[in-house]
Design a protein around this ligand. Structure first.
Ligand SMILES: Nc1ncnc2c1ncn2[C@@H]1O[C@H](COP(=O)(O)OP(=O)(O)OP(=O)(O)O)[C@@H](O)[C@H]1O
Ligand SMILES: [Mg+2]
Length: 308
């Protein structure tokens, strides 16, 4: 049995340094290249498992999926029975070109993920998890997962991330939000959510969901439920090396708190703490803390939580 069932992308991220971003019809030499294990689903599942959250991951990859990624997930204790290899597809891959000024251009191959609704539904993860985390993926696919989850009486979190901007419209967004208990987003994402709902403030979203978590980068996060709201500080990393994956790391810490039955502000502090660790190392799945250190760093900021 798992506490957390994660639905989202598992991606190979290639970071390619170039002297300048290429213009159409030109070619350019790569000065440095790195490959990272990524994808919101993979990032969250690994970060959560390292915090002793019992975690399952459901996703679709291609025949070229590196065994080392599978081993890394398994090594951290993620249940990957529903990490499916789909014949005829390549693994979701992102090529990120970055110039010396840190301007970036990304090229993404979704691999099998855009066709996820056509494959057999990953029932194992739905059936064996208490919380169903609906992250990135097509709205149709996520709706199918959600409807099974609701029939089984599961708790549902919805976290469309940047895909809220281009995969959703008001109808598909409302359809998913209807069956949601907990919603995650950053400020821009929640702005889009409010537009889809015709609402003007975060608090009005509580007519739809019980709990709302809004992350605000270096300004921390705000957690709302129907009775109260809390401002959670961000926690400075010892060195800020790489902010990618901070959002996923935050969610992992949040769930680690939920699994231990902690109150929402403590869950938020754990999120801020795990995000802070993740920023100290390059790559979204490197530098992830264990429970004890995450909890220590989080609780040391307890007196900085305020009512919102
Ligand atoms: N510069 C920062 N300094 C300290 N903490 C940060 C910083 N940026 C982000 N965080 C922490 O990470 C959490 C999530 O960050 P953010 O709001 O940027 O998520 P996001 O926009 O979804 O990011 P991404 O999708 O790129 O991971 C914040 O609530 C905060 O706790
Ligand atoms: Mg994000």
């Amino acid at each position: 049995m798992s506490f957390l069932g994660v639905f989202g992308h598992v991606v190979l991220d290639y970071i390619l340094q170039v002297p300048r971003l290429p213009a159409p019809g030109t070619s350019i030499q790569v000065t440095a290249r790195k490959r990272h294990f990524g994808g919101t689903g993979g990032n969250l599942a690994r970060a959560a498992a390292r915090l002793e959250v019992k975690t399952a991951l459901a996703s679709f990859v291609g025949e070229d999926f590196p065994p080392e990624y599978r081993e890394a997930l398994e090594g951290d204790g993620v249940d990957i029975a529903d990490l499916r290899t789909v014949a005829g597809y390549a693994t979701p891959t992102a090529w990120v070109f970055s110039d010396p000024e840190d301007r970036q251009v990304a090229v993404i191959d979704q691999g099998p993920m855009d066709a996820a609704a056509e494959f057999a539904l990953p029932r194992h993860t739905v059936e064996t998890s208490d919380w169903i985390h609906l992250g990135t993926g097509t709205p149709d696919y996520l709706r199918n997962i959600q409807s099974v989850a609701r029939k089984l009486g599961k708790r549902v979190a919805f976290d469309p991330a940047q895909e809220i901007h281009y995969r959703y419209n008001a109808d598909s967004f409302r359809g998913l939000l209807e069956g949601t208990d907990l919603f995650f987003g950053n400020r821009e994402e929640i702005g889009v959510a409010l537009d889809y709902l015709g609402l003007h403030s975060e608090r009005e979203m509580l007519a739809w969901v019980e709990t709302l978590v809004e992350t605000r980068g270096g300004e921390g996060s705000v957690i709302y439920n129907r009775e109260r709201a809390w401002r959670i500080p961000s926690i400075p990393p010892r060195a800020k090396v790489d902010v990618t994956g901070a959002g996923d790391a935050y969610r992992a810490g949040f769930y680690a708190g939920l699994q231990r039955g902690l109150e929402l502000p403590q869950c938020g502090l754990l999120g801020a703490s795990v995000a802070s660790f993740s920023m100290e190392t390059e790559g979204p799945q490197e530098g992830l803390p264990r429970w004890r250190e995450a909890n220590e760093r989080g609780t040391s900021f307890e007196d900085r939580v305020t009512e919102a």
